[in-house]
Design a protein around this ligand. Structure first.
Ligand code: FES
Length: 191
């Protein structure tokens, strides 16, 4: 039986692993509120590469070309320069799609065809790491849930109970910027 007891450090570790959302929600919420690295993406945030050789560089529309797989990114507060990489629930997938293929709501939250989604599956919280180029769908490798980024992250296969949360974006001064918070809560939610 899990509980919320234990050192703050261990609690934060659990939170960082995502399990803390379920096991220690009050403590996690407090840590999230205090720590800008753990706060969810906010309007005005930029994005930086989360991996590979360009880690930490601010992402421009040109970094998200058509026909390429999604980029994994983290939000960054442009004022404090704090990268919000203290929670994997802040992982964002950026991909460019044909504007005419996007449904109305998805298009309204996109920037020249660039859409942004949570990178964490709504089933049991695995990273959504597979891009199916032919169908232009995200797929979670754990239990094969599929999500349609052209239609607000709709579940089109597998056991995921909810859409992949979309993050509205726009282009400001030549960089991609969050235009609000996630539409829905990222990650899985206990029933
Ligand atoms: S965690 Fe993604 S399909 Fe199960």
């Amino acid at each position: 039986m899990h509980s919320c007891s234990g050192s703050p450090r261990r609690a934060l570790l659990r939170a960082a692993l995502g399990a803390g959302v379920f096991l220690c929600a009050p403590r996690y919420a407090a840590a999230q509120a205090e720590n800008p690295r753990m706060q969810r993406p906010q309007a005005g945030d930029r994005f930086v590469f989360a991996g590979f050789e360009r880690i930490g560089h601010v992402i421009t529309p040109g970094d998200v070309p058509a026909g390429k797989p999604p980029l994994l990114a983290y939000p960054i507060d442009p004022s404090s320069r704090v990268v919000r990489d203290g929670s994997r629930l802040n992982q964002v997938l950026l991909v460019r799609l044909a504007v005419e293929e996007l449904d109305e709501d998805t298009r309204a939250r996109s920037a020249d065809g660039v859409v942004a989604y949570s990178g964490v599956c709504t089933h049991t919280g695995c990273d959504v790491t597979v891009w199916q180029a032919e169908t232009r769908r995200f797929r979670c490798p754990c239990h094969e849930s599929e999500f349609d980024p052209r239609d607000r992250g709709r579940v089109v296969g597998g056991p995921a109970p909810r859409r992949l949360p979309q993050l509205p974006v726009k282009v400001v001064d030549g960089v991609i910027v969050a235009d609000g918070a996630f539409i829905g809560r990222p990650g899985f939610q206990p029933g």
